[in-house]
Every structure is written in structure tokens, then in C-alpha cells.
Ligand binder design. Structure first.
Ligand code: 9MR
Length: 356
């Protein structure tokens, strides 16, 4: 059976449809494999907002739940696995012919408070392994890639083992990372397994240091034959920071040499410091994504590009990065009325975007 992805037209072909709307951007050579495009979806909106669901179907070939597969949603208490929200996204993906990614199995963020009681090595290890086996097995052959580990590095990490003091790190130590990947691989040997980080995309000492620490952590895991298949860069691009083109090209070459694909996992442009004029703001946002994607396409194999949301109507950005002038944020490829913006055009230069 042909999947929807197999039947998609190339993204570059679709540029004509948009070329009248936006200033032409330089075309960039595409890597050999088609690079899939997708977005994080909020489970309740798939049912409550038909325009939202239609936009996801129109532009995406991959979806990842923005919530639903995190510990806080799945595990309200130690005895319970609540798959309701994740199952809704999985059903939507299957009915719409979309690939599905899982997010996430190990993350310091929004953990249910009961996990604080997992203080001994055996308690923590047993719970982590049970959780991963149960969740990954449930979606075996439906979820084809997992963000196994999200944001492992401490904010100012300088070495591979500068990890966040999660309950897993405190009780198990660095071995919890290998454990998590191995458990996910055992539960679904066909799934592509990713380690995911943020704040590695820009120039400056802290970002360079985090990029080096991430590279070293990946090497540490691969040296131990841990089944890590790719690295995710969140790419919440901050409009006021400069993308480190040379640093990313080097990172891409290193990942390629290690046999790893790079996924852009949460792309959006944090525009609180960009100009007020919406056309100029959209142009600068697209330019930032172009710089990032071009740097990573040069030496690497881009696996996929996912944005963290699809429309400016629903985005996490104003929670932390409201604009001082009171204007709404415009971080995503569709505006709040679902019209494609220059960011979508840029993405289509590097990815196969259905609907473009
Ligand atoms: O967008 C997510 C939001 O809905 C959740 O409430 C939040 C909980 O902290 O997590 C958010 O997810 C991402 C965030 O927007 C920024 N990057 C990292 C988070 C996921 O990897």
C-alpha cells in the first residue's frame, strides 16, 4: 500500500504556488532522501477545531503530540497509564495517513509529583523500564520515531556528563540514558530513536559549549553501542540571536560521520525582539529558518523538519516570550487564519510539504 508520503509531490515543485505571494528566496539543493515535514499537534484541538485538523492534514506528513505522551499526561499516578489523549492523536494520524512520532520518554519537564518517591536505584530503574516498555509497545508499528531523551544537558553544560538532575539521573546516574534507549529499542526494534536538545543553534560560548557537550554525549552513547539513531535539534529560533552557521555545519558533518540523521524537532521563531511590521517580521523569521536549514543540509542528512505547532493561533511562544508592544507573536508557518507565511515557503525548499 502506498503511504501518503510516497505519493507526495516534491516541495520545490510547489513553490510556484507561493511565488506570487512572497519575495523569491534562493533555491537550495535538496538532499537525496525526501525530508518529511510535520508539526506538533494539541490533542483536543483535533476534535474542537476543524480548520486546525484540516491544516494539519493539508501540510503535514508527520505529527507528534504536543502533550499526551509525556509522563504527566500518561501517568497521573503510579498504577495508571492513561492513553486517551495519545490514542486520539494516533487515530487521527492513522485515519489521515500521517506518520507519527512519540514525545517523550525521558524529560525533566512536567513530571508527575509521585515520581519524586523513586529514590532508589531499583525503584527508579524498574519504573523507567516498565514505563518505556508499556508505552513503546502499545504504539509499536504506529509510532515510527521516538524522542527518547529530551533536553538531557544542564543549562550550562560543558561536558557530556553535565546532565540535569532528574529523578533518573539522581537515582540511576548517566546509565539511565542507555537504559532508556535500549528499552525503547527492545520494545520496537523498527522505531528510529532520537536524543533531542535545545540551545545549541547559536553563536556564543554557552551555545558552543552545549553543542560540544551534546556531541560528546552522543559519542559516549554510540561508543557503548546504545541504539541512538538520530539527533533532534529543537530549533526554537530566537530572533535576537545569531545562528552559528559554521558551528552547525561542523556539527552536521560530525553527525554524518557517526551515521546519525538530524531532525529539526520543534522549529518556530521566537519573534518578541523582531520588528513590529508583520511582513518584515515574517521575512526575518523565514530568513532565520533558511540559515539554519541551509547550514544543516550542507553536510548532513536531514531526517525531517517538524514545527512546534502549525498556526500562530496556537503556540507556546507567548507563554514565555510575549512582545512588549502587545502585538501577537507570529512564530509558525501558518498565520492565525491558516494562510501560509514565508516560513512555510522556506521549509518547502528543504522538505516535501504536502499542500505546497
Ligand atoms: O509546548 C509544550 C507545552 O504545551 C507544555 O505545556 C510544556 C510543558 O512545559 O511543554 C511544551 O513543550 C516544549 C516547549 O514548548 C519548549 N521546548 C521544549 C518543550 C518540549 O520538548
Amino acid at each position: 500500500m502506498l503511504s501518503r508520503r510516497d505519493t507526495l509531490k516534491g516541495g520545490a515543485c510547489g513553490l510556484a504556488a507561493l511565488s506570487g505571494l512572497f519575495a523569491p528566496a534562493p533555491l537550495v539543493a535538496r538532499v537525496n532522501d525526501p525530508v518529511g515535514f510535520g508539526a506538533a499537534v494539541r490533542p483536543p484541538l483535533l476534535e474542537s477545531d476543524a480548520d486546525y485538523a484540516n491544516a494539519i492534514r493539508k501540510y503535514c506528513s508527520i505529527v507528534v503530540p504536543e502533550g499526551g505522551l509525556i509522563w504527566n499526561d500518561l501517568r497521573p499516578d503510579r498504577a495508571t497509564f492513561d492513553f486517551a489523549a495519545a490514542d486520539r492523536v494516533a487515530a487521527f494520524a492513522m485515519n489521515s495517513g500521517l506518520r507519527l512520532r512519540g514525545h517523550t520518554l525521558v524529560w525533566y519537564g512536567v513530571m508527575p509529583s509521585w515520581t519524586e518517591s523513586l529514590t532508589s536505584l531499583s525503584l527508579a530503574q524498574d519504573e523507567l523500564l516498565k514505563h518505556i516498555d508499556t508505552v513503546v509497545s502499545r504504539y509499536r508499528s504506529r509510532i515510527d520515531s521516538w524522542i527518547v531523551v529530551n533536553e538531557p544537558l544542564a543549562d550550562d553544560a560543558a561536558a557530556f556528563d553535565d546532565l540535569r538532575p532528574t529523578i533518573w539521573q539522581r537515582a540511576i546516574g548517566i546509565d539511565h540514558l542507555a537504559m532508556a534507549f535500549e528499552a525503547a529499542h527492545a520494545a520496537d526494534p523498527a522505531a528510529k530513536l532520537f536524543i533531542n536538545e535545545y540551545d545549541v543553534e547559536y553563536t556564543g560560548a554557552r551555545f558552543r559549549s552545549r553543542r560540544k557537550a551534546l556531541t560528546a554525549l552522543i559519542r559516549f552513547l554510540l561508543d557503548r553501542n546504545v541504539p541512538v539513531h538520530g539527533v533532534g535539534l529543537q530549533a526554537h529560533l530566537r530572533g535576537n540571536l545569531t545562528i552559528d552557521v559554521e558551528g552547525l555545519q561542523q556539527f552536521a558533518a560530525e553527525m554524518k560521520a557517526l551515521g546519525l540523521k538530524i531532525a529539526i524537532t520543534e522549529l518556530d521563531v521566537i519573534d518578541n525582539k523582531l520588528p513590529a511590521d508583520s511582513a518584515e517580521r515574517d521575512r526575518q523569521a523565514a530568513q532565520r529558518a533558511q540559515t539554519l536549514l541551509a547550514a544543516l543540509s550542507d553536510g548532513a542528512s536531514l531526517d525531517s523538519v517538524l514545527t512546534w505547532g502549525i498556526t500562530d493561533k496556537y503556540t507556546w511562544v507567548p507563554t514565555y516570550f510575549k512582545r512588549a508592544d502587545g502585538l501577537k507573536n507570529r512564530p509558525l508557518p501558518l498565520d492565525e487564519n491558516y494562510a501560509p507565511k514565508p516560513l512555510m515557503q522556506t521549509i518547502a525548499q528543504f522538505c516535501t510539504v504536502p499542500g505546497i
